[in-house]
Design a binder for this molecule. Structure first.
Ligand code: FES
Length: 351
């Protein structure tokens, strides 16, 4: 269908909201509670726009497009309302961008920049919420939380772990884990989806803190090495040290849609670990010594041939790994079946 956004005729798809159609056509509207994955939002009111024929301002994230619709995202009244919402958010927390882990990656910062807000115009009575550093991988700083509810929706309806919720009342409302436990003492499984969904610096990856700014990091897409699902990862790599700083799930990956488990998101320290084996080892007289790949493969082939000649091919079995690719596992079973001549081949994922 065709709709008009800010005087320009653009294409929209049935089922899209006004916000989705605007984003698809390159028109930015501040939005904080909406995320594609958590569906209809309508809570933060940052995305209000004018729509011809509709009374008052409308939240663009919850109004579906209609053919011929005329939308104004930058009318004076829409901008005034967007500014008020963002100003109140900035007023009600400690949004100190300088040392914030999300600086450069913060959606509240983007909205304030877009609307030309340099600082909050009022300051609410301060509530100094304790930092929650109890979990192994996730750092929670509620003073930066804008109560958009994205993490709550993600925990409950996207990954369905049902740990996060809102607790308390009024100005004291805050996100809570289980029955207001510390994150590390709650039933949280540390999948990190809340950190991926948080638009500000309230929930961040603990071990990435202070390890580099987002604009300095190289982004490398790859596939998770842990199991056969094949979740798509985006590694954030510090180009100076070539070390992985953090891992994000790729939002448009059909397999995982940005979601990861604790291993995929946080279990990457093995990659650059000093004890990681990088060369084959051969045991001689009870001691390992380093060997070349040629020597190691030659030795294994000779030993397997000896066993096969003496006891037959079925005296040998092969156990493949879930951490290698599908293609490598295919090659491995081919080796067992055709080179060695046995069907004794299995895979560790069957454990
Ligand atoms: Fe529309 Fe929050 S993004 S109300």
């Amino acid at each position: 269908m065709k709709i008009t956004i800010n005087g320009k005729l653009v294409e929209a798809i049935e089922g899209q909201t006004v916000l989705q159609a605007s984003i698809a056509n390159g028109v930015y509207i501040p939005h904080l509670c909406y995320h594609e994955k958590v569906g209809a939002a309508g809570k933060c009111r940052a995305c209000v726009v004018e729509i011809e024929g509709m009374r008052g301002l409308q939240t663009s994230c919850s109004v579906p497009v209609r053919d011929g619709m005329v939308v104004n995202t930058v009318s004076q009244s829409a901008l005034n309302a967007q500014k008020l919402v963002i100003d109140l958010m900035l007023s009600s927390g400690t949004h100190d961008c300088l040392a914030c882990e999300q600086n450069g990656n913060c959606e509240l910062q983007d909205a304030a920049y877009f609307l030309g807000i340099e600082r909050a115009s009022v300051q609410y009575g301060e509530i100094n919420r304790e930092f929650d550093t109890s979990s192994e991988f996730v750092y929670v700083e509620r003073n930066k939380c804008i109560s958009c509810g994205r993490c709550v929706a993600a925990c409950n309806t996207t990954v369905v772990n049902q740990v996060l919720d809102f607790g308390h009342r009024g100005h004291h409302t805050e996100i809570v884990f289980d029955t207001d436990k510390k994150m590390g003492e709650s039933t949280c499984v540390q999948c990190g989806e809340c950190s991926q969904m948080c638009p500000v610096g309230a929930i961040v990856d603990k071990n990435a803190r202070g390890k580099g700014r987002p604009w300095d990091q190289k982004k490398v897409e790859t596939v998770c090495p842990y199991c056969g699902v094949g979740c798509k990862l985006e590694l954030h790599v510090d180009p100076k040290t070539n070390k992985i700083v953090k891992v994000r799930g790729v939002e448009d990956a059909p397999t995982n849609k940005g979601m990861l488990c604790v291993k995929g998101r946080y279990g990457f320290d093995f990659v650059g670990h000093s004890e990681r084996l990088t060369t084959p080892l051969i045991k001689e007289n009870g001691q390992f010594r380093e060997a070349s790949w040629e020597e190691a493969i030659e030795l294994v082939a000779t030993k397997l041939t000896e066993v096969k000649d003496k006891y037959g091919a079925d005296s040998i079995m092969g156990l493949a790994s879930a951490k290698v690719t599908n293609e490598e596992n295919y090659t491995f079973q081919k080796l067992m079946r055709t080179a060695i001549g046995t069907n004794n081949v299995d895979h560790c994922a069957r454990l």
